[in-house]
Write a protein that binds this ligand. Structure first.
Ligand SMILES: [Zn+2]
Length: 144
């Protein structure tokens, strides 16, 4: 009985093929922009109203806090007719500016826009292209 010897196969690569997932967040200390103002602008009408007379000094932590605990649940927080970059910015904010992967962003937008009257292309490829060029929103890659 002849036994054919199986050629030794090299260890499969699968282990090293683990996706290296870039995570994105917003650089709130970017120098040439008033990020506190930019972020506070994304709050809902009621939240904006409640701090109206406090002038333009915003505590970024409390602004982020209102977004995550209140404004991001409002229907108009992630409207499907806003520019996609704007929406990327808003998704990162509603995540409390914790680093988030494109896949997660994609999931959130797909959910929110599932019933949008006009379907939009929000493929990960397209999102990546936009997010890598979103300096005006202070969006940066932040791994680990
Ligand atoms: Zn609010």
């Amino acid at each position: 009985m002849v036994k054919t010897k199986k050629p030794r196969t090299k260890k499969t690569k699968s282990r090293s093929e683990k996706n290296i997932q870039e995570r994105y967040s917003i650089d709130l200390n970017i120098h040439d922009k008033d990020m506190a103002l930019m972020v506070s602008d994304r709050r809902c009408y009621m939240c904006c109203k409640s701090t109206e007379d406090e002038g333009s000094h915003f505590d970024i932590d409390s602004v982020l806090n209102s977004i995550t605990s209140c404004c991001c649940d409002k229907d108009d927080y992630l409207l499907s007719d806003r520019p996609i970059k704007e929406s990327l910015f808003r998704v990162i904010l509603m995540n409390g500016n914790n680093p988030i992967t494109l896949e997660e962003i994609h999931g959130i937008l797909s959910d929110k826009w599932a019933l949008a009257p006009y379907p939009r292309d929000i493929s990960i490829k397209l999102l990546k292209n936009l997010i890598d060029n979103a300096d005006e929103y202070g969006i940066i890659v932040k791994n680990n």
